[in-house]
Design a protein around this ligand. Structure first.
Ligand SMILES: *[C@@H]1O[C@H](CO)[C@@H](O)[C@H](O)[C@H]1NC(C)=O
Ligand SMILES: *[C@@H]1O[C@H](CO)[C@@H](O)[C@H](O)[C@H]1NC(C)=O
Ligand SMILES: *[C@@H]1O[C@H](CO)[C@@H](O)[C@H](O)[C@H]1NC(C)=O
Length: 940
């Protein structure tokens, strides 16, 4: 991937040196806000440079989403700065509070000299996963003149820390911290978190003091091994910038978030523009957009709004999508847009100038073109595409190049220059949503979707939008591709190739790792408190990400795997192990391993070399000759929603979700396949021009010729049947919580009332992380507005829905009353199977079919009894990879100290038996920690 610190001054892949940028460069420019700043007449925030530090404490990767970010403290109680705390990192087994001095710019370095090397004797490399809590004082000074009495928000940019919170100094017993996610990956072009002050500061000249707490988590995967920079001691480096933000003007433009495509021969290389807009106060609706009137007549370009209204909630940033229509070539330097927005009786016009980059086809050099497309129905997204050389004779499958973590493909040309030149093909460079794909989902989930959408959009752009392009440039929308990638991108190649084998012509993974748990083992800490049966449930939510388990799907994919033998970042062991796994499945697999014995993680020739060039050219030359498989093969699927077919065979539904499904196909000939299914409810078989039979044990299933996609399912008595009623087979439950990120429209976050400040703040924080970590758009909406919009006919939004509510919510009760999962509300209390969860600290988070029941989307409910429960479930919302959350979970206060050991119950939902009227009776595979309900880990 991998372990690197985003750096600006060094080579973009050697990430083991830290440079924290000056604050001016980090807080993105905000048009028109601070221009009239004069000392004393504005609110001012000042951070003390002295920090109290407590730590380090062992955590495993992503455990900070389970334990309290303040661990081991309870911020609802006074802090004793003289108390010792146990920690297995320290000599003697205990740590004390220490002090660190930060700079005035908010840079903090925390080192832990007492961690000795010998910690590696037990935990190895992964020992360097630890947590510390940091505290300092933030003072807010009111303006001297009273012209600015609007209470300001804070703009907080926390770099390389996981969470922060604020507490007014005198608040004690009733204080429940609200944690805001930091920019732990130091993502480029990130906006600061906008934070309402928890207690209104004094307006009368007296400064108000707050405690600012940071959860500082050293993750070796992100920050690297100190040994590489010749230091034995891990040094945690954080940056925090705080400034006040007055809500005036109430809506602002963030240029850093804009998305625009290049123009080729005067035509837009895409059909969508994005404009970053943030509301500082109020709910804003986009009323209209137009090209500045002075120009409309002459330029032949027009912009249009989507049909569905776009609402920007208070403090939310959205990248507004506008469609481009073009009737004639455009040659101007910039597009001028006027956007008109309204909020109640207020209105604002924002004028924006978008610089345009032009390319000409005549140019002989292959240049990277920036395209745009609309991701998931609402997120304008850019990608790069390098066309084939002009003289290429005929269309060839494209090369898709997946970058490593922290490589900003849009901001620099490093990655495109590192790739082999395949002159006969397009080279497509998707972003995978962000530079830290892994923030991200390691090229999984929405990142994989981003790859396929960039490809499909390119196919449309060159065919329909730009006249006069060479025929050899055209690519069919469902073309097969060659995948190539380095580091996290190398891992992404293994991932996508083994999930969509029928779409992959060949794979070139370099310096990839197997899976997150093999990179950083989950061995530290909270395993001490967890019933291994519960741990199995939690960790099996990661199964769809486990590349090694899916290697059986690479039976017919030519693979050229590359790795530096002395890789200091992703050990070469990973590729050797994957190659061995593939060879264990298929001794004759077409896999070549190139190990460069003395090379490290990155070297310029890792991909740009004759071996890669020759391999790809060989595959392209033989791409038309592929024949039917003759040998036996095994299709492995953990998550049917995110998996394609292998040799035409596809698994649509599992018998028991959360467990692996396998389909072995053998004895293959023209008239017959023998198969051995395991944990499969429904699969489909390849379409053929001749009739054939499928043999499953002693059953024979005849398949007619040209029958289309044939679905075969196991009925309640174990008989396999052919069906063409998709309803019977497509009721796979939505699955692990992470599926929420795969939304066909903006993720709709529903809160019960606009006046519920806790729910609104929860929604604002989710919207922030979705945009920061995934560039995924969301819309915040109030239950009553949704009800009114939906009306009698119930027109629900198409996107996935997150409901944040108390169990008293009528809407929640109504939707859950349809019994589509085992979660229901009885007398205002959440009940799962037989057990009720009414404890004030308890809260549940679970996935649920979308209220309309349409297959493509889903809902996630967060039902909480008190604010502390809401806060805990929010941290489990899987906005980062590797947070082990299955279909449903019940959290309790114990989680703060015991991590996953504080989970009350967890499980998967599976709809086992169809009842007579076509509905399914929901049951679950679950573990509850207090009482057993009988349907635990039963054998299949
Ligand atoms: C934290 O302290 C508050 C106030 O004393 C208490 O109610 C709560 O149970 C404590 N939390 C934990 C996790 O012990
Ligand atoms: C922590 O501080 C106390 C009191 O100052 C001292 O007695 C103790 O030895 C210290 N512990 C460690 C691990 O340094
Ligand atoms: C903004 O533009 C709209 C539409 O062009 C116009 O009707 C409105 O008066 C303008 N508002 C302001 C405040 O300039």
């Amino acid at each position: 991937m991998g372990a690197r610190t985003p750096i600006r001054s060094l080579h973009p892949l050697f990430g083991l040196v830290y440079v924290i940028l000056a604050p001016a460069a980090r807080i993105p420019s905000m048009t028109s806000v601070q221009s009239h700043l004069s000392l004393g007449s504005f609110w001012r925030a000042e951070l003390d440079t002295v920090w109290d530090v407590l730590g380090p404490f062992p955590v495993h990767a992503r455990e900070q989403h389970f334990i309290s970010p303040a661990f081991p403290l309870n911020l609802s109680q006074p802090i004793d700065f003289h108390q010792e705390w146990p920690s297995s990192y320290a000599d003697g087994g205990f740590v004390n509070w220490t002090k660190a001095i930060g700079t005035h710019d908010g840079d903090i370095e925390v080192s832990f000299p007492r961690i000795r090397q010998n910690i590696r004797a037990t935990e190895g490399w992964a020992a360097l996963q630890h947590h510390a809590i940091l505290r300092t004082t933030l003072t807010i000074y009111p303006p001297t003149s009273l012209s600015h009495t609007d209470v300001p928000h804070l703009l907080v940019d926390l770099i390389q820390g996981s969470y922060f919170t604020l507490k007014e100094k005198t608040q004690v017993s009733d204080f429940i911290p609200q944690w805001f996610a930091g920019n732990i990956y130091n993502l480029e072009r990130a906006l600061p978190h906008i934070v309402p002050l928890p207690v209104t500061p004094s307006l009368t000249g007296e400064p108000t003091e707050y405690d600012l707490f940071i959860s500082g988590d050293y993750e070796i995967r992100l920050f690297g091994d100190p040994l590489v920079s010749n230091s034995e001691m891990p040094v945690q480096k954080l940056g925090i910038r705080v400034q006040t933000q007055e809500p005036c003007p109430p809506i602002i433009h963030h240029e850093s978030q804009d998305v625009i495509c290049d123009f080729l021969n005067g035509y837009a290389f895409g059909n969508v523009l994005g404009i970053g807009i943030q509301s500082l106060k109020g709910w804003w609706t986009v009323e209209s957009v137009e090209i500045s009137t002075a120009l409309t007549v002459t330029i032949g370009v027009d912009v249009e709004l989507q049909a569905t209204p776009i609402v920007v909630a208070p403090l939310q940033t959205r990248i507004l999508p506008f469609f481009l229509r073009q009737s004639a070539p455009f040659t101007g330097d910039a597009l001028q847009l006027d956007i008109y927005l309204k909020s109640g009786s207020l209105s604002e016009n924002i004028s924006i100038s978008l610089p345009v980059v032009h390319h000409q086809l005549a140019s002989s050099e292959r240049q990277a073109l920036r395209g745009t497309f609309l991701f998931a129905g609402s997120s304008p997204t850019a990608f790069l595409a390098i066309p084939p050389a002009l003289h290429s004779p005929h269309p060839q499958p494209p090369v898709l190049a997946l970058h490593g973590a922290g490589v900003d493909v849009l901001g620099g040309s490093f990655w495109q220059k590192s790739l082999p030149e395949i002159k006969s093909s397009w080279t497509i460079i998707p972003t995978g949503r962000t530079s830290w794909v892994c923030t991200g989902l390691d090229w999984h989930g929405p990142s994989t979707q981003d790859v396929w959408m960039a490809l499909a959009e390119l196919s449309t752009i060159i065919k329909d939008r730009i006249p006069g392009l060479p025929d050899a440039w055209m690519i069919p929308i469902d073309t097969k591709v060659i995948l190539i990638g380095h580091s996290n991108g190398g891992q992404g190649v293994w991932h996508i190739a083994s999930r969509f084998p029928d779409r992959i012509l060949a794979a070139v993974p370099a310096a990839g790792y197997i899976k997150a748990q093999a990179y950083i083992p989950l061995t530290l800490s909270s395993g001490h408190f967890v019933d291994p049966a519960l741990r199995a449930i939690l960790e099996s939510s990661l199964t769809p990400d486990d590349n090694d388990l899916h290697v059986s799907n690479l039976v017919d994919t030519p693979v050229l795997a590359i790795h530096g033998g002395d890789d200091e970042n992703v050990p070469v062991w990973h590729t050797r192990e994957l190659v061995a796994t593939l060879k264990s499945w298929y001794p004759r697999a077409d896999v070549t391993f190139l190990e460069d014995p003395t090379a490290g993680h990155w070297y310029p020739s890792i991909l740009k070399r004759p071996e890669v060039q020759n391999f790809i050219e060989r595959v392209l030359a033989s791409s038309l000759e592929r024949t039917e498989p003759t040998g036996a093969f095994t299709l492995t699927v953990a998550n049917p929603r995110e998996s394609g077919s292998l040799n035409g065979w596809k698994i649509h539904r599992l018998l028991i979700p959360g467990r692996l499904a396998r389909l072995r196909v053998y004895n293959i000939n023209q008239f017959r396949f023998d198969i051995e299914p395991s944990n499969i409810h429904t699969f489909s078989a390849p379409e053929r021009s001749t009739p054939y039979e499928i043999h499953i044990g002693d059953q024979r299933v005849p398949v007619r010729r040209f029958q289309g996609e044939v679905h075969i399912y196991r009925d309640g008595s174990g008989i396999w049947r052919v069906t063409d009623i998709p309803g019977v087979t497509h009721t796979q439950p939505p699955g692990r919580l992470q599926t929420i990120l795969l939304s066909p429209g903006p993720i709709v976050i529903v809160i019960s009332k606009a006046s519920s400040t806790h729910e609104l703040l929860a929604a604002q924080r989710l919207a922030h992380v979705l945009l920061l970590y995934h560039k995924i758009d969301s819309e915040i909406i109030v239950e009553s507005v949704l009800q009114a919009q939906a009306g009698e006919g119930r027109r629900w939004p198409v996107g996935n829905i997150v409901f944040i509510a108390r169990p008293s919510s009528l809407l929640a009760e109504e939707i859950l009353g349809k019994n589509r999962t085992p979660v229901r509300i009885t007398d205002g209390t959440v009940q799962i199977n037989q057990r009720r969860f009414g404890g004030s600290d308890q809260a549940v988070i679970f996935s649920h079919p979308h209220p309309t029941g349409t297959g493509g989307s889903l809902a996630v409910f967060i039902l909480y009894n008190d604010i502390s429960g809401l806060e805990r479930t929010l941290r489990l919302f899987p906005f980062r990879t590797g947070v082990a959350v299955p279909d449903w979970l019940v959290v309790s206060e114990k989680m703060d100290n015991f991590g996953a050991g504080g989970i009350e119950a967890a499980g998967y939902v599976h709809f086992l038996r169809p009842v007579s009227d076509g509905r399914f009776s929901p049951t679950t595979l679950s573990v509850e920690t207090k009482q057993s309900v009988g349907n635990g880990l039963e054998a299949q």
